[in-house]
Design a protein around this ligand. Structure first.
Ligand SMILES: Cc1cc2nc3c(=O)[nH]c(=O)nc-3n(C[C@H](O)[C@H](O)[C@H](O)COP(=O)(O)OP(=O)(O)OC[C@H]3O[C@@H](n4cnc5c(N)ncnc54)[C@H](O)[C@@H]3O)c2cc1C
Length: 461
């Protein structure tokens, strides 16, 4: 008797309820960002345990069948995109959160836990899991780890890489690599978990993780600031780092076009200050004492007297804080106002940012009659986002816009991706940030762990 087709083999091993057919999968969305597409895959596997993942990968490896891991599908670089020859595997059913370990301050989770659900769970125990991003209602911990997500509080707590203590990963041949260690220090050879953090599903499937928790800060102080110049925002950031130390949790910069669009009538957001200022900063400090608010006000009073800032508004209550953050986070509004929008997240030294944005603006202006460039981002972490439209319907502009945005980065030791990853969308530009030797080593690691190249083929390189 001949070999069963791979789908039948998977159904035999897992049961029909865990293997959706191409038709069943086609009823589900393939992305949460941008224009919605429906899934078009050979099949969609929905494992319920690590063992299910191992069985699936073992079979797929035997058949040299490509597998695309999927979490909340909120990536913006087509890193979880699968085609009709590929099997998608969504970790959504593996969404258990174990009890919070109060003494050692960690939590063990399955990869399909939605980030916001984790926030709620650990809050009950007086903790925070500090990764915070606009897609928190849909993105999953496995996806956050596979993309080494950054987010709004990386300035204080670091990126995902800094928040993972241990991992369980299933390798392409079905081997379960258990590194679920809850300890911070573990110098016993290569720290293998770091290979998988940021690997965009190309080396294995993350099934469980042990994550570091932090005590929930009892007090927040949030301010919207207006400034005259970028130079002043740099001075403000430096002063804030010295004055607040590790209480400084976020320092987000908003160019005026971004602020104006995100507070226009159709945005649903309230203008928290006039929209004629040259630059805005949204900043937050957190701490365990009520004094954070008075410290914040004193700090900005000095900055105002020293002519570093033009204006400041402080969140008086929770609702104000929500409104402030909504202006920064509701970036979908840009997609509603323009089509197409080309989205970028670059990383560069703060000292280079002003010149960089000016260069990009000038090149865009030289090449296109109509240009909207909305610039904002995590200035405190050296990370800017650009969302660019060069005329409605002008999808052909993409290549040129990418060249304009990425070319200046090559000479200032910067990165074409601060946090979103490479996926399919940025493959072409990887060599702007990584040397041929680095890419060769990455390829060798891929060959060792995934000799049949079944894991998320074509992504990154
Ligand atoms: C509104 C909005 C705001 C955002 N803000 C931020 C931000 O501030 N910072 C930031 O870093 N990102 C941000 N993002 C991008 C995105 O939310 C992150 O990249 C997120 O971590 C992706 O998680 P996900 O579960 O949606 O993964 P998916 O999109 O499903 O997958 C992303 C990648 O991870 C792989 N993957 C998924 N699960 C697993 C697994 N279990 N094992 C192995 N590989 C896996 C996939 O194959 C793919 O390569 C934002 C996106 C949106 C739409």
């Amino acid at each position: 008797m001949g070999k069963l087709p791979v789908i039948e083999k998977l159904i035999e091993a897992l049961g029909e309820h865990k293997v959706l057919s191409r038709q069943q999968a086609a009823e589900r969305i393939a992305n949460v960002y941008g224009k919605p597409n429906m899934l078009d895959v050979k099949a969609l596997v929905l494992p319920e345990s690590t063992n299910d993942v191992a069985v699936t990968l073992k079979i797929c490896n035997e058949y040299k069948q490509a597998v695309v891991p999927q979490g909340g599908l909120s990536n913006v670089v087509n890193s979880a995109t699968a085609n009709a020859q590929e099997i998608a595997m969504s970790l959504e059913r593996m969404n258990a959160i174990k009890e919070v370990d109060h003494i050692n301050q960690f939590v063990e989770v399955e990869a399909g836990v939605i980030l916001e659900d984790l926030h709620q769970k650990v809050k009950e125990g007086g903790f925070i899991f500090p990764l915070d991003l606009g897609a928190k209602g849909s993105c999953m911990i496995g996806g956050n780890i596979a993309t080494n997500a950054g987010g709004l509080q990386a300035l204080r707590y670091g990126v995902m890489r800094n928040l993972v203590l241990g991992l369980e990963v299933v390798l392409p041949d079905g081997t379960i690599l258990n590194n679920l260690n809850p300890v911070l220090k573990n110098n016993t050879g290569y720290d293998l978990k770091h290979l998988f953090i940021g690997s965009e599903g190309t080396l294995g499937i993350i099934t469980r993780a042990i994550l570091k928790l932090n005590p929930a800060p009892a007090f927040f102080s949030t301010a919207f600031i207006a400034l005259e110049s970028f130079e002043n925002s740099r001075e403000l950031l430096n002063r804030a780092k010295v004055f607040f130390g590790d209480k400084l949790t976020s320092f987000e910069i908003l160019w005026p076009a971004f602020y104006r669009l995100l507070t226009n009538e159709s945005s649903g957001n309230k203008k928290v200050m006039p929209d004629h200022y040259p630059l805005y900063v949204l900043t937050e400090i957190t701490g365990s004492h009520a004094a954070v608010s008075s410290q914040m006000e004193a700090f900005f009073e000095t900055a105002l007297n020293d002519n570093i800032i033009l204006d400041a508004v402080f969140a008086q209550q929770h609702e104000d804080r929500k409104q402030f953050w909504q202006i920064r986070e509701k970036i979908d509004h840009i997609l509603v106002q323009h089509d197409p929008v080309f989205t970028f997240d670059v990383s560069l030294p703060v000292s280079e940012m002003e010149q960089y944005v000016a260069t990009v603006d000038s090149e865009l202006g030289r090449n296109f009659d109509t240009v909207y460039n909305y610039v904002f981002g995590h200035m405190g972490d050296g990370n800017l986002h650009l969302m660019i439209n060069c005329g409605e319907g002008n999808a052909d502009a993409k290549d040129l816009v990418e060249k304009i945005v990425y070319a200046p980065l090559q000479t200032i030791h910067s990165s074409v991706s601060a946090e979103h990853g490479i996926g399919l969308a940025k493959k072409k530009w990887l060599s702007f940030s990584r040397s041929p030797q680095e890419i060769a080593v990455m390829r060798s690691i891929k060959d060792v762990l995934d000799p049949n190249h079944i894991m998320n083929p074509g992504k990154i390189f």
